[in-house]
Design a protein around this ligand. Structure first.
Ligand code: HEC
Ligand code: HEC
Ligand code: HEC
Ligand code: HEC
Ligand code: HEC
Length: 501
């Protein structure tokens, strides 16, 4: 059952979606090229992208303007950048492999991932990410929907705020809380029926009246307020330190309290984060003790599920260990690194300024910065492009190598627990090994699920992987002690470093 790939009809739906999105992208790129080549920047009011305020009335975008196309008249350059997120990109570790109809399956590339997730939906279908234009279609097509999923999945994959306002009678927090117990299909139908079935839109990062940056997602607003309310160190966020200094007046609200520089990361932190989303409890951003891998682990360890059991994402199918699943913690890993500490935001690297006629705009083609190092990095780093790319490659190759070693160590741990069980070891006897499996998997997955292959905080990634390998090998030793002399013991496999793609 767990080997099942998404059935064919899904592929066809996805393929049609891809063709449509692809055509839209081509049309809009054509429009962009025509605009850039045929018009002087200020030739006519109609062609000037950031022109007279009167045009704002023409565009007429309000809080329900979830369709980015409605913003195109007024902000054509940003809209065209946004449309380009439908274009396939690939670097050594970024973007996606596979065809445009179907990004590459991570489980086939790194079989230890499938072993790690046995017993959970991620062992069914887990693929490379791609551009924002696909976020809703890819969620609707994933094989993981073959098991029941929560309506809260929409929080980060659709322009969902009008639905939250409807469900919560104007209160978006109540609106979110109305969705977690719903089935994905129910929430999705409501989204489609209300006409808001779009991926992330302009409205999700900008206030329509002023175009100021804002965060909209209630999950993030709750999570960052809990982080502020804790005593965890926040070297990357001076506004939280200032709010604590001021005696923690009312609940921390990034839309009121954050600096402009912080907002250039917070808009991304709405989604590129570790979270828990199921019909078992409300959508949770686990930041109440801090953003480090250890602080989040402590948060989950101290969380109990209905019935009183310690929180776990799933029970491992082969060993029975109650384990955690990490989700794309870009925001958290970045926050532990040097760039965050010195104030370099997500948007600095992923949305650099690009020339547009006589002026500059923010590049809304959000993608790997390695595809535009000149603008994304060399504004600060006075080295050549090949030199900087080589530095990144060193960081990523080392992270990838350590990750593969961790994967091999974890598989050895699982094999040894299985052998110990086969020779009669009880769950109580295996408890120390299973606890070590939980710790090892959490750390390994944290770096594997994070999408920069260690770049966002290289030293932290190396530390976390070192701990993962240590926990896995200690767990293996603990289980090996329970295998009687003479019984079949799996031999530790040699560590092979696969090619990235
Ligand atoms: C100092 C520059 C820098 C900053 C700041 C930064 N990133 Fe990145 N990011 C990178 C690089 C470099 C990569 C690796 C790209 C690759 O392998 O092609 C990357 C990779 C990614 C990827 C995967 C990209 C892909 O093409 O698959 C995502 C998603 C991402 N970053 C999100 C974020 C978020 C969210 C933040 C802020 C919390 C952030 N990044 C901050 C430079 C940066
Ligand atoms: C509403 C949630 C949401 C927000 C906000 C968001 N992202 Fe994403 N992002 C996603 C999802 C979902 C995907 C994966 C889409 C897919 O695979 O279909 C993604 C994919 C990406 C990728 C991979 C692109 C590629 O071509 O492979 C990058 C890079 C990225 N996001 C960076 C950012 C940055 C930087 C920000 C902030 C400026 C940001 N995102 C804000 C949800 C979000
Ligand atoms: C907190 C925000 C958030 C929530 C909630 C969320 N996602 Fe995502 N999802 C993302 C981001 C960001 C990415 C892109 C980064 C990546 O793929 O690692 C993504 C990628 C994906 C992808 C493409 C890559 C893959 O994993 O195969 C699928 C499919 C997906 N999500 C399905 C779901 C489902 C199903 C749920 C509900 C259980 C869900 N998402 C809930 C933020 C979220
Ligand atoms: C994931 C968040 C995100 C989304 C979605 C988004 N933007 Fe932006 N946008 C930004 C960021 C970050 C900036 C830089 C703003 C700053 O630093 O003040 C920006 C800047 C802008 C600006 C100011 C001029 C400039 O280029 O710097 C305009 C206008 C704009 N965006 C329009 C749009 C439109 C239109 C859409 C939808 C097609 C859109 N944005 C979608 C994050 C986003
Ligand atoms: C806004 C300025 C700024 C931008 C943009 C920026 N950096 Fe940096 N980066 C710095 C500073 C400052 C340092 C610390 C001093 C140093 O090592 O040069 C740093 C450090 C680094 C380091 C050493 C990291 C470590 O943790 O030891 C690498 C590698 C790096 N940057 C690569 C990049 C790449 C690649 C990009 C583009 C994707 C980028 N930087 C974008 C300012 C920036």
């Amino acid at each position: 059952m767990t080997d099942a790939l998404p059935p064919r009809p899904r592929k066809r739906v996805r393929a049609i979606g891809v063709v449509i999105v692809g055509l839209l992208a081509l049309v809009s790129i054509g429009v962009l090229v025509a605009r850039l080549t045929q018009h002087e920047p200020d030739a006519t009011p109609d062609a000037a992208p950031q022109a007279a305020p009167a045009l704002a009335r023409v565009a007429d975008v309000g809080e329900d303007a979830t369709d980015p196309a409605r913003w195109a008249t007024r902000w054509p350059l940003q809209y065209d950048g946004y449309q380009r997120t439908a274009i396939k990109t690939a670097t050594t570790y970024g973007g996606h492999g596979g065809s445009e109809a179907m990004p590459e399956d991570k489980l086939a590339r790194d079989p230890w991932l499938k072993r790690m997730f046995l017993g959970y939906a991620f062992s069914i279908d887990y693929r490379d990410r791609r551009g924002h234009a696909y976020m809703l279609a890819d969620q609707e097509a994933t094989g993981r929907l073959s098991v029941p999923q929560s309506g809260a999945c929409l929080h980060c994959h659709a322009s969902v705020m009008p639905l939250y306002r409807t469900l919560g009678n104007g209160d978006v927090f109540a609106g979110l809380d109305a969705t977690w117990a719903m089935t994905y299909q129910d929430a999705s139908k409501r989204l489609h029926d209300a006409g808001h079935a779009h991926p992330i839109g302009c409205i999700d990062c900008h206030a329509p009246a002023s175009m100021a940056l804002r965060v909209t997602r209630p999950g993030f607003l709750r999570g960052i307020a809990a982080l502020a309310a804790s005593n965890a160190p926040v070297p990357a966020f001076s506004s939280i330190a200032a709010w604590r200094q001021a005696g923690r007046p009312t609940s921390y609200d990034p839309n009121r309290d954050a600096t402009h520089g912080e907002m250039r990361s917070f808009v991304c932190g709405q989604c590129h984060v570790e979270y828990y989303c199921s019909t078992r409890m409300p959508l949770t951003y686990p930041w109440g003790q801090g953003l480090s891998v250890d602080a989040i682990e402590a948060y989950w360890d101290q969380t109990t599920l209905a019935g009183g059991a310690q929180f776990a994402d799933f029970q491992h199918a082969e060993t029975g260990a109650a384990v955690l699943k990490a989700q794309h913690p870009e925001f958290e890993l970045w926050s532990q690194g040097l760039h965050a500490r010195i104030g370099v935001a997500c948007a600095d690297c992923h949305m650099p300024s690009v020339p547009a006629g006589a002026t500059q705009v923010t590049d809304h083609w959000i993608r790997s910065p390695l595809l535009d190092v000149t603008r994304a990095c060399l504004s600060c780093h006075r080295v050549t492009e090949p030199e900087l790319l080589a530095r990144v490659a060193t960081i990523q190759d080392r992270t990838h190598d350590q990750l593969q070693r961790g994967g091999a160590a974890l598989v050895d741990l699982i094999d040894t627990v299985v052998a110990a069980r086969a020779s009669g070891a009880t769950t109580a006897q295996l408890a120390p090994a299973l606890a070590l499996q939980r710790k090892a998997q959490w750390r390994l997955d944290f770096i594997a699920a994070e999408n920069s292959m260690g770049f966002h905080a290289p030293r932290e990634a190396a530390r976390v992987l070192g701990e993962a390998i240590d926990h896995a090998r200690q767990g293996e030793l603990a289980a090996r002690a329970l295998v009687p002399a003479g019984a079949a013991v799996p031999t530790a496999r040699p560590t092979t470093s696969t090619t990235p793609r």
